[in-house]
Design a protein around this ligand. Structure first.
Ligand SMILES: NC(=O)c1ccc[n+]([C@@H]2O[C@H](COP(=O)([O-])OP(=O)(O)OC[C@H]3O[C@@H](n4cnc5c(N)ncnc54)[C@H](OP(=O)(O)O)[C@@H]3O)[C@@H](O)[C@H]2O)c1
Length: 291
């Protein structure tokens, strides 16, 4: 029988580690991608404690750097093609935190990295079947934070709100809307292939690293949420279901919450806006617009 192989980004903790554990317990080989060798090692040890026969591989890459994403894609292209790719890594960085490549870190990590990585894996996957899953966020919560297509880096700071501690969170929310727009734009471009792509909101989940650097009112808000919300295993459920269930083997171009396909805001479904984001992302990562 074909040994299923999955790539999971942001597997060094939180929901990505829970996704890894769930896939590994079903016998899937998991390539765990993270930026810290120590945190990846520790996550692997925790997964092995729960699933002693887990088949795990570690891939070190700082996904906020396009050079690292390109290197990762090149290494992965030399290995057996993945059956599953779950883009899960994300950060909430300060607005003035720019990478050495001149890109705001939240934009680079949360949107440009999956854009470049998934596009780069299409060729190596070829005519084989595969499922891409992009972990986004709550469509309801994101309805009020449309992407400013003229300013993906949020450099001008338009529409980020009055509360300074919340502004990085609004910029993060925009990148989560980009995840959804990317899913729709990529699904259209993958029409006629055997690769599906869907988005998922994991739910509001406690005990993850997201927002560990939050300040002010946002920190307080996070601390309260942390007491009320479910653990990372719950957050892994819908992404893993999209990646593995027979019920959705042919479904593509959808966004899911608790295993239900849900609508997302009109500013994320508008094909013209999705195509503008696609083209601008291609320019920023240095790829031609069409795959
Ligand atoms: N938690 C929630 O309530 C919630 C709600 C909605 C959506 N989500 C989404 O769920 C996903 C997982 O988030 P989480 O809550 O599990 O947060 P998390 O614990 O912080 O996990 C994020 C993962 O991404 C990795 N990562 C961050 N920057 C990276 C980089 N430059 N290169 C490589 N890896 C990097 C982190 O690695 P390090 O260990 O090195 O930091 C970590 O493994 C995200 O897409 C998030 O937007 C979460």
């Amino acid at each position: 029988m074909h040994q299923q192989r999955a790539i999971v980004t942001g597997a060094s903790g939180g929901i990505g580690e829970a996704i890894t554990r769930s896939l590994a317990s079903a016998g899937t080989t998991v390539v765990m991608v993270g930026r810290s060798a120590r945190r990846l090692d520790e996550a692997r040890a925790r997964v092995l404690a729960a699933v002693p026969d887990a088949d795990l591989r570690l891939e070190l890459a700082d996904l906020s750097l396009l050079t690292d994403v390109r290197g990762l894609a090149e290494r992965l292209a030399r290995e057996p093609a993945p059956d599953i790719v779950i883009s899960n890594a994300a950060v909430i960085a300060e607005l003035d935190d720019y990478t050495p490549e001149g890109i705001q870190r939240t934009l680079a990590t949360n949107h440009l990295a999956p854009y470049l990585l998934l596009r780069s894996l299409i060729g190596p996957i070829g005519s084989r079947p595969a499922r891409f899953v992009v972990v986004g966020a709550s469509p309801q919560g994101l309805a009020r934070t449309p992407v400013d297509l003229a300013d993906l880096n949020c450099r001008a700071g338009r529409g980020l709100g009055a509360l300074p501690s919340f502004r990085p969170f609004i910029a993060y929310a925009r990148t989560k809307n980009m995840n959804t727009m990317f899913v729709y734009a990529l699904a259209r471009r993958l029409d006629g292939t055997r690769i599906t792509v869907n988005g998922a909101h994991p739910g509001v989940i406690r005990d993850t690293g997201l927002g560990r650097d939050n300040r002010g009112a946002l920190r307080l808000f996070g601390a309260v949420l942390n007491r009320l919300t479910p653990a990372p295993g719950t957050g892994a459920d819908t992404p893993v279901w999209l990646a593995t269930s027979e019920q959705v083997s042919d479904v593509t171009g959808g966004f899911f919450v608790r295993r239900e396909r849900v609508p997302t805001a009109p500013h994320t479904t508008d094909a013209g806006r999705c195509d503008r984001l696609w083209d601008e992302s291609a320019r920023l990562v240095g790829l031609p617009p069409e795959p």
